[in-house]
Ligand binder design. Sequence first.
Ligand SMILES: [Zn+2]
Length: 299
Amino acid sequence: METVGKPPLLSLFDHLSKRKMLSNKENKYYLNLKKGYEGEVQFLQLLKRLKGDLLVLTDLLLEYNQATFQIDCLIITRDKIYLYEIKNYEGDFYLEAGKFYKKPHYEVINPLHQLSRTESLLRQLLLSINCTLMIESFVVFVNPTFTLYQTPLDSPFIFPSQLHEHLNIVNLQAKGITNTNRNLSAKLLDLRKEISPYMQLPIYEYEELKKGISCKSCRNISVTLVKRTCVCEACGDREPMSSAILRSIREFQLLFPEKRLTTNQVYDWCRVVDSKKAIRRVLKDNYQTVGKKQWTYYV
Ligand SMILES: [Zn+2]
């Protein structure tokens, strides 16, 4: 079973939040991404215990007929597909006249609307690739502090107290996966997209970001160099200089994919490394060299 890799957009926000002040809107969006991801990790943790014959796909961004849709989790069994919209909501919520509110009266997007849109698009996509498996869809609430008042009995909700029982049922009927199932899973992974029009990319410039090496444990930009070891002044964590440089380069690439990777660029980004020679070595060992002498860059 696969693990949920951190979405690149969330990693980007992780890095960015240490290097600049996020706006209130960005911060809210970042926290939502973080909570959503934690919810998915939690759900997948439970799925790991399932011993049935099934295929699990997570975080699928798909497109059908120019409409993009995001699937948090999909379980493929021989005769059925389970579709899950995972919510990590905390606190008291209620349903009223088809609308979803957080108490006292803050309206949030009704996850049932999200679920039916996703299911409908998924169904059409599956038909287009000749798959007629039945889809059963659920909204899963993973957070134990979550309560939903006024829930109609026939809602496709799974509450924290019902999760184990639900997964037991899925597990029991998950038998005899076929090659058609496996091909379907491979096909969906093949169709997976990277960028969604709903992603809110933060706006930032190289110049405004705090430079320096972030600590690999506490993530603060508080690393100094002691001989050839990077030492974090905040938490005391130690890391060999070359691996800290490589980590910083990857962080830089995620934040600035369009910028050219050069020794001088990485030197400016890392700030605390005084040896350009050390930086050049890390670049040479891990990337391909293009050009010569002062025009060298790495890809
Ligand atoms: Zn630290």
